[in-house]
Write a protein that binds this ligand. Structure first.
Ligand SMILES: O=P(O)(O)OC[C@H]1O[C@@H](O)[C@H](O)[C@@H](O)[C@@H]1O
Length: 329
């Protein structure tokens, strides 16, 4: 296991040599943050290992976080990137997970910060660093109530890598038990829709288009869980809650366009589903931690996951899934 990292890192200097740029880093035992020498930054709560902020070099926030999100560990965070494990939604008909709350317990458990590592994008490119932050959660650290509801021995390692143009989040689930277990995982990413394209009159979700899902089948959760096929680019014009199973390789990006320009690309690794969610007016109004109430116009959840079926992990087996979100304009 990687040791705990030390507190704020400053520029390193060697007598006679110019200081080498380094990643600024802090850990106050509740949240961990990192800033690259080039200005990009990241903030992660230990509660849920929830990424709550990701900014580009200009300080522009890339993730949507509700103004009313609870950040004190009393409720799953409304925004950022909550982690869904071991069940997506609820599964009343799946005996082993039936007792768990919506989206499982990973997003409401306190994770351990395992450490950080930095790397150069290319040898000798010291100014072009990326940083990887690792977090862990395993069965003994769950509260007794949750342990009773899901009595399996498991280990989760969640790695969040910030580089100049992208954010990668990767989850490894290991079965440490002597019996198999079933699980689902999902990276519940709230992208911020901000439209900085000056030629676009309406600066919100009305001008967003999602490509890369054409011809994918999906379960439409707002239409009685019927299965449909996406015919063209997806636009958001009302409550949207869909579980896509693209037939294209996970490395083919799902692209979020704002006013015709690429705002985000989402590439999956070993995750066969993409959930697209926007609560729209009524659902947003019904969520106490959703603010402002018209915030649905500035957010879009694009959630890579493995949720269409159960991943059955035999003792000692591991499952790994990841997303890389690239920044467009
Ligand atoms: O309110 P929660 O538990 O954070 O869930 C938010 C949404 O998460 C999405 O992933 C689900 O598809 C939706 O059905 C759900 O409403």
């Amino acid at each position: 296991m990687v040791g705990r990292a030390t507190r704020p890192t400053a520029l390193a200097s060697t007598p006679g040599l110019a200081p080498q740029p380094q990643v600024q880093f802090s850990d106050d035992n509740a949240r961990v943050s990192a800033v690259l020498p080039t200005g990009e930054s990241l903030e992660i709560l230990l509660y849920g290992a929830t990424v709550i902020s990701w900014k580009d070099k200009n300080g522009d926030e890339k993730l949507w976080l509700s103004d009313a999100a609870k950040l004190d560990g009393s409720k799953a965070v409304r925004g950022g990137i909550p982690l869904v494990f071991p069940v997506f939604g609820t599964a009343p008909d799946h005996a082993a997970t039936a007792k768990l709350p919506q989206h499982g317990f990973a997003r409401t458990s306190r994770w351990e910060f395992l450490g950080k590592s930095t790397s150069e994008s290319a040898p000798g490119q010291a100014a072009d660093l990326s940083v990887k932050l690792d977090f862990g959660l395993s069965s003994p650290s769950l509260d007794s109530e949750t342990q009773a509801k899901w009595p399996y021995s498991f280990n989760l390692i969640y790695s969040v890598t910030l580089s100049r143009e992208s954010l990668t989040t990767s989850l490894v689930v290991t079965n440490d038990d002597d019996k198999p277990f079933d699980c689902q995982v999902l990276l519940h990413t709230y992208l911020r829709v901000k439209l900085t394209n000056p030629s676009t009159p309406q600066k919100d979700i009305a001008n967003v288009e999602i490509t890369g899902l054409s011809s994918a089948s999906y379960v439409d959760k707002v239409d009685g869980a019927t299965t449909k096929t996406q015919s063209s680019a997806l636009t958001i014009t009302g409550e949207t809650d869909r579980v896509y199973t693209p037939s294209t390789p996970p490395s083919d990006p799902v692209t979020v366009l704002e006013g015709g320009k690429t705002a985000f690309t989402v590439v999956r690794d070993n995750l066969s589903n993409v959930v697209v969610w926007n609560p729209w007016t009524d659902k947003a109004a019904g969520m106490a931690d959703f603010a402002p109430k018209d915030g649905f116009k500035n957010m879009l959840c694009v959630e890579p996951g493995a949720v269409g079926t159960w991943q059955t992990l035999e003792p000692g087996d591991a499952f790994e899934g990841a997303q890389t979100i690239g920044i467009g304009y």
